[in-house]
Design a protein around this ligand. Sequence first.
Ligand code: RIB
Ligand code: CA
Length: 331
Amino acid sequence: METKHKVIFDTDPGVDDAMALYFALAHPDIELLGITTTFGNVTVEQATINALYLTRVAGRETPVAQGVSAPLSKAPGQPPGFIHGDDGLGNLPERIAVPGRAEDCSAAEYIVKMARAFPGEISLVAVAPMGNLALALKLEPNLPKLLKRVVIMGGTVSEPGNVSPVAEANIWNDPEAGDMVFTAGWDLTMVGLDVTHRVVLPYDFFVRLAQHQQHRATDTLQHAVHFYSDFYSGIRPEIGYGCFGHDVLAFVWLVAPELFKTQSGRVRVAVEGIANGQTMMDKLDSIFYPQPGWGEEVPHTRVCIEVDTTACLQLIASTLNSDWLKPVISK
Ligand code: RIB
Ligand code: CA
């Protein structure tokens, strides 16, 4: 029986996006059909360059479709070069030349095209601002039925935010798009800061990975994580020298949901004001709220609220240390 998850990966690489991409390429239960890019950690143009680079360096010719360059209505901000580097990969000292260019269609068109080609089969894993999903929904209102599921890294329910006391970066970067995702009606799982802040990846892990694999892909990842760890260890000294792997946990959920405890409920996004980007969850289904926006028509989201940290780290380690890398595809 075919057990692989057919996946489209919506991403803004980004260091933890790179970890997630390599986890997806390495895991035997995942078939990565294509990548869609967006602004966020870097500009969308740089995100596309990075997606092409990371895949080709790992020996894959995965299609890459470029997506939105700005939020739906919020004023665009500057990419956080101080977290991911100006190039999104910790300011790599050099890049080899790799072949490949973005698809002729947009990210949203690619998502719709693939969902129609494989109805009910595709898992969309989105770990960046959600504009591509919002546009795809506008192009194809039946998308929630055409996709098997959507898994997002974004939002937070109980954990403090990382761009404001209440907001997580991916949702805050495009709150309107985020709210469209939470109200679309697909099978939706939210992997937010409530769990990603429970999983710290020590920099040493990436040093050992690079030593074990002896490959440009894992050397690249090690360099990127070094920069990223400088940031995280600076703001969160209690985690030691390392980082949060945020985006990789969306894929961990996909292949090992038993490692998470979840709660189901309506989730909405504050789209303006000081709380913009906040993901609010209705945890008390039995209460009727007079405030509009919380009616029974709002679909439920499966929200990850706890994670088995040790098992999660073991899965990430065994997956990335496995024999998955192919010879670099260079020009
Ligand atoms: O809040 C964490 C998210 O913001 C991750 O997707 C990371 O890559 C950044 O974009
Ligand atoms: Ca990301």
